[in-house]
Design a protein around this ligand. Structure first.
Ligand code: PXP
Length: 267
């Protein structure tokens, strides 16, 4: 019997449009301009991250994007009380809680759902009181998935960064300075084994999550080349992708970059 096709939601993370704007600290390019282009070219969701240091998206961007987006908006933020208050006020379609360190270039790992359980539960409760569904950005482990359910999240987003970094180490000559295994001179077959293990962790975590009633998204470091093993995991119903789409858009325009990605998001 042919495999049943699952819907895959593509969330386009538009933070990097604001990164470019912030390089000049002016009002151009405006991330708001991306909404219609994303919607017309196959995106199903807009994702933005309001960071505590406001290094890209600002409060006013978030407000305008949530008010004007023709697509659901997934607002990523930390569990810091100021951010939760803002999220409750802005009323996005969903909040994804993410860990945040000022010194990091991007979100390098999942939430510490064990060590920070009380604070995360508290943030989830406040968001639920404001009728906002919550996703937790977690490392792909059974413990993190189980804990997310215990904390009453509706969804988990599995961090694909380890998989993506290993894939890049195997398939390009770029040094991956932000990854913990950088510096190890791993032979190709060892990288291959580690990639398989990383995919296996994503697969078993996704299955566990679906099994206990959580919806499953994935994201971080996904690009036009490394998607296929992730698409094989039927339980993952949503991908949030930023860097690779906005990087490609510099050369092709945003419309083509989004529609190229959407075309790949089929199983
Ligand atoms: N999902 C989450 C929760 C993230 O924090 C990020 C990065 O901001 C992404 C997805 C997108 O990652 P990338 O820009 O590497 O595609």
């Amino acid at each position: 019997m042919p495999k049943e096709k699952n819907k895959m939601t593509l969330g386009v993370n538009i933070d990097h449009i604001a990164v470019l704007r912030e390089a000049r600290k002016i009002n151009d390019p405006d991330p708001l301009m991306a909404l219609a282009i994303c919607a017309q070219n196959g995106a199903d969701q807009i994702t933005i991250h309001l960071r505590e240091d406001r290094r890209h998206i600002h409060d006013e961007d978030a407000r305008k994007i949530i008010q004007n987006s023709p697509l659901p908006v997934n607002l990523e933020c930390s569990i810091n009380q100021e951010m939760i208050d803002i999220a409750c006020k802005l009323q996005p379609h969903r909040v994804t809680l993410v860990p945040e360190k000022r010194e990091e270039v991007t979100t390098e790992g999942g939430l510490d759902v064990i060590g920070q359980a009380a604070a995360i539960s508290d943030a989830i409760e406040q968001l639920h009181d404001s009728m906002i569904p919550v996703s937790l950005f977690i490392d792909p482990t059974i413990e993190s998935v189980t804990m997310s359910k215990e904390m009453n999240a509706e969804m988990v987003e599995l961090h694909t960064g380890s998989y993506a970094n290993l894939y890049a180490m195997l398939n390009s000559s770029l040094p991956y300075t932000h990854h913990s295994i950088f510096g190890l001179d791993l032979p190709r077959h060892e990288l291959q084994v580690r990639i398989e293990n990383a995919v296996e962790m994503l697969d078993s975590s996704a299955k566990k999550a679906k099994d206990i009633g959580l919806e499953v998204a994935a994201g971080h470091g996904l690009n036009y080349l490394n998607l296929s093993p992730i698409l094989e995991i039927d339980e993952i119903i949503e991908l949030n992708i930023g860097q690779s789409i906005i990087a490609r858009s510099v050369f092709t325009g945003l419309a083509e970059a989004v529609s190229d990605m959407k075309r790949l998001c089929v199983r």
